[in-house]
Design a binder for this molecule. Structure first.
Ligand code: URA
Length: 244
């Protein structure tokens, strides 16, 4: 990693605002490679040098990657004056890392949401050119059948001038309220709900199960989150570069 200012490393690590960490450094509580450093602008390579703050080692990470099981009732935004956002659900230290959601789930949609401060990865996963897959579980009013499977396969007219890319519909149960799995390769506004509306059906429950190679960890309760494992991260980075 490139050398960075010591105060930036500390504040990016959630130890306080830039002003607060400058105070911590000036008070002599910070050591870099066993040397007490009191200059907030001191340049450090966090990969090569040990940083101790109040005797505790600091493990610096440039980027964070979380998977959240988004609950219904919370909006996918970084801040909002009226509604609770997915960022409001983060507790210390993750609330300090300037994380943002990758893409958007509706307020009433649950399930997999990636949160990161890695703008490049977010951009790749969201790029329309990449056709990143997204798989959802849905409950819809009305009996779904083969004609619906065909319609998803062919693409569904959403607006006057937009037909969706071919998508996959798998029927788990066809009944008055049907249970289905859908995979789409784009991310239009209210896409799944509008696709079913066009087939005269209404989505009454929607949950995202996976995005690209990343599957929702079903042990995460709604509203909970965890960091991606190294192998989850590696596979999502690889697939975000591959899908073209
Ligand atoms: N499609 C929808 O209609 N809503 C979502 O939240 C995600 C996909």
């Amino acid at each position: 990693m490139e050398k960075m200012r010591l105060d930036k490393i500390l504040s990016n690590s959630g130890l306080g605002s830039r002003k607060e960490v400058k105070q911590i450094i000036k008070s002599g509580e910070v050591y870099v490679s066993k040397k007490r450093i009191t200059d907030p602008g001191y340049l450090v390579d966090p990969d090569k040098e040990n940083i101790l703050v109040n005797g505790e080692p600091l493990y610096y990470k440039k980027f964070y990657y979380l998977m959240m099981n988004k609950p219904a009732g919370v909006i996918t935004a970084t801040r909002d004056l009226n509604a609770q956002t997915v960022i409001d659900l983060l507790s210390h230290p993750y609330d300090k890392f300037n994380l943002f959601p990758v893409g958007r789930l509706d307020k009433d949609t649950e399930g997999l949401l990636i949160l990161t401060n890695d703008g490049k990865l977010a951009h790749q996963l969201l790029s329309p050119k990449k056709h990143v897959s997204k798989t959802y579980y849905a409950e819809v009013t009305g009996k779904v059948g083969n004609n619906d499977i065909q319609a998803f396969k062919q693409g569904i007219q959403l607006d006057k001038d937009y037909i969706t890319l071919p998508a996959e519909l798998k029927i788990l149960e066809a009944a008055d309220i049907s249970r289905v799995i859908i995979t789409v390769y784009e991310g239009k506004f209210h896409q799944i709900k509008r696709m079913f509306n066009a087939l005269s059906k209404k989505v009454i429950y929607l949950k995202r199960l996976s995005m690209s190679s990343l599957k929702l960890d079903e042990s995460l309760k709604p509203g909970s989150y965890r960091e991606l494992t190294p192998s989850e991260l590696e596979s999502i980075i690889i697939s975000s570069k591959e899908n073209c």
